[in-house]
Design a binder for this molecule. Structure first.
Ligand SMILES: Nc1nc2c(ncn2[C@@H]2O[C@H](COP(=O)(O)OP(=O)(O)OP(=O)(O)O)[C@@H](O)[C@H]2O)c(=O)[nH]1
Ligand SMILES: [Mg+2]
Length: 452
């Protein structure tokens, strides 16, 4: 048999037999049609998967780092406020108890200062655990979903209230306090007795607290003790009447200002689509700062944070500039700003983070401005500042340069990082900054090389 020159062996093998009957031909064609249908279906499926894969949500992981009270949780709240406003609103009632506890803590600081002024050493140094008002409030409001911080023996200030993020404290709080309107306008069947008692107790004390806070002698005593409550975390004394009203519901601003120390890890997830880009699944982690300072700082630091370093695309490091004249709550020998500088040094020099995008928030600029305007001397605490002017512009730029020099000097490889001057309690400006951070992260190398 001769083979036609234009027929290859495969085509030849697939050719119908020369003596094919009409029935056999029909059966063969039927089989071929079915085979083609199957093949088309498979092609379609492959195409669908390819398109779905292109559209599939990629993940961006951000870790929030910084010393205690630097503003990590507040930044996380801003992420929630921007990206999941409904969920944020749903948690509003839970924050009311935190605001109330913040008020009680401020009042206790005043009472302690007054007691100290009267040289009543025992009451000035009383341990926080025997304060009846705060204990009652705490027990009634938190339903046991709390951990209390340990205050050093010689520290007259009350220990901070902290809630382990692993505990369902928001649920506990909202269960206890979620029927505000019912309790005012109608039957109070749903609000537990304990919660109502605590709120009524605070409401009944409202007038006394206002008088105490506005008393000129109290102001004088606080001045002598250099206790600037208005610069402290969780300050609501200028709004006592409003926040202790029975109908009080915290505003966004109140929630951003409320202070609740984090223990453990808080996580926030949301999906974000920038322009016509692929949607990204964002995961923002707020990891508690666990340094107790009894041991070498690095040991604790590594233990708490390093497990999160591995897969992070970016770190937002918060350094509160306002801490230039303050010491750490956990160690009164360490200046807060110096501590931030030390932590920044550790972060930038970590080989584990050499490819991680670094975003520096020089935070609490609003407090820094107020402090400098009221005459606090920057140079007195940051001696290297020399005789530069004692104003916000110069002080903040000086610190920005300091952080940049450290990054340049200690980074394992040359790297760019982004610096922002922030006041993360200001939701509008923070929203703009976080918007630009999110955009930058997607469009940067991160977007091109690691995610897309
Ligand atoms: N005025 C002002 N207050 C701020 C700013 N950032 C944070 N705060 C307040 O400072 C307090 C501490 O902030 P957090 O976000 O709880 O600090 P944190 O870093 O999470 O602290 P830990 O949970 O202890 O690790 C809160 O009461 C915030 O409202 C800021 O830029 N300006
Ligand atoms: Mg926190």
């Amino acid at each position: 048999m001769t083979i036609a020159p234009d027929l290859d062996p495969l085509t030849l093998a697939l050719q119908p037999p020369p003596d094919e009957t009409p029935q056999a031909r029909e059966a063969r064609l039927q089989l071929e049609r079915e085979a083609k249908k199957r093949s088309d279906l498979i092609d379609e499926e492959i195409n669908r998967e390819r398109i779905a894969d292109k559209k599939s949500v990629k993940s961006v992981k951000i870790l929030l780092l910084g010393q205690s009270e630097s503003g990590k949780s507040t930044t996380l709240k801003n992420f929630q406020l921007i990206n999941s406003p409904k969920a944020f609103k749903a948690e509003r009632a839970s924050w009311r108890a935190v605001v109330h506890l913040n008020v009680v803590r401020s009042i206790r600081l005043i009472l302690n200062a007054l007691a100290a002024a009267e040289e009543s050493a025992s009451s000035a140094h009383s341990s926080d655990s025997d304060d009846p008002v705060e204990m009652v409030m705490l027990d009634k409001l938190t339903d046991g979903a709390r951990l209390r911080g340990e205050a050093p023996d010689d520290d007259p200030s009350p220990a901070e209230i902290s809630v382990n993020s692993a505990m369902p404290w928001k649920k506990a709080f909202s269960r206890l306090i979620n029927n505000i309107r019912d309790s005012i306008e109608g039957p109070e069947i749903n609000e537990p007795q304990d919660s109502r008692e605590a709120r009524e107790l605070l409401h009944a004390c409202s007038g006394y607290m206002v008088r105490l806070w506005n008393d000129p002698i109290v102001k004088e005593v606080l001045k002598i003790h250099r206790l600037r409550l208005e610069d402290m975390a969780g300050f609501f004394l200028d709004s006592i009447e409003r926040v202790t009203a029975l109908s009080y519901e915290p505003t966004d601003d109140d929630i951003l200002r409320a202070r609740l120390k984090t223990l453990g890890v808080s996580e926030h997830q949301f999906t974000l689509k920038a322009g016509n880009m692929v949607p990204h699944n964002w995961l923002v982690y707020d990891v508690a700062y666990l340094v107790t300072r009894e041991f070498f700082v690095l040991v604790y630091f590594l233990a708490a944070w390093v497990p999160y370093f591995d897969s992070m695309h970016a770190i937002i490091f918060l350094a509160p500039l306002s801490g230039f004249d303050q010491v750490l709550a956990e160690d009164d020998k360490v200046n807060r700003l110096e501590d931030s500088v030390l932590l920044w040094k550790i972060i930038v020099s970590s080989p584990l983070l050499k490819n991680t995008n670094l975003i520096l928030f020089l935070n609490k600029c609003d407090i820094l401005k107020k402090k400098l305007a009221s005459g606090q001397n920057f140079r007195q605490h940051v001696t290297s500042y020399g005789d530069r002017p004692n104003d916000f512009e110069n002080c903040s730029q000086y610190m920005k340069k300091k952080f940049a020099v450290i990054a340049k000097q200690y980074s394992p490889e040359p790297r760019a990082f982004y610096t922002y001057f922030t006041s993360v309690i200001d939701s509008q400006s923070t929203s703009d900054i976080l918007g630009s951070v999110q955009d930058t992260l997607i469009r940067q190398n991160l977007g091109r090389n690691q995610l897309l």
